[in-house]
Write a new protein. Structure first.
Length: 102
């Protein structure tokens, strides 16, 4: 039996939270990093503009996908989160599916 991949369900007003960002396993919290997110479609074309995530001073960052984002219900996307703090860089990609609640 094939294991299902983790998928994030999103709409055009989704809040994204990155909790406890550190500079490595068991490392110090990244409290003043520049963190942003960008949505890409299945063809790897950017959808909308990058969104800066704000921080709470403890390594947790959050932001909203814009309400004006033109998503197609049940289409596949990738959410990419990038982080930079004084030369410490990271990027994560998560598969997403657009789902509108009725």
């Amino acid at each position: 039996m094939e294991k299902k991949k983790d998928v994030l369900y999103i709409d055009n007003d989704t809040t994204v939270i990155v909790e406890d960002a550190t500079n490595g396993p068991g490392g110090a919290a990244l409290t003043i990093a520049t963190v942003s997110m960008q949505l890409y479609d299945a063809d790897d074309v950017a959808v909308g503009s990058p969104v800066a995530l704000s921080h709470d001073g403890s390594g947790t960052y959050s932001g909203h996908l814009p309400e004006t984002l033109a998503l197609v219900d049940r289409e596949n996307y990738f959410l990419e989160i990038t982080l930079d703090q004084s030369g410490i860089n990271g990027a994560w990609r998560m598969p997403c599916v657009a789902r509108y609640r009725t």
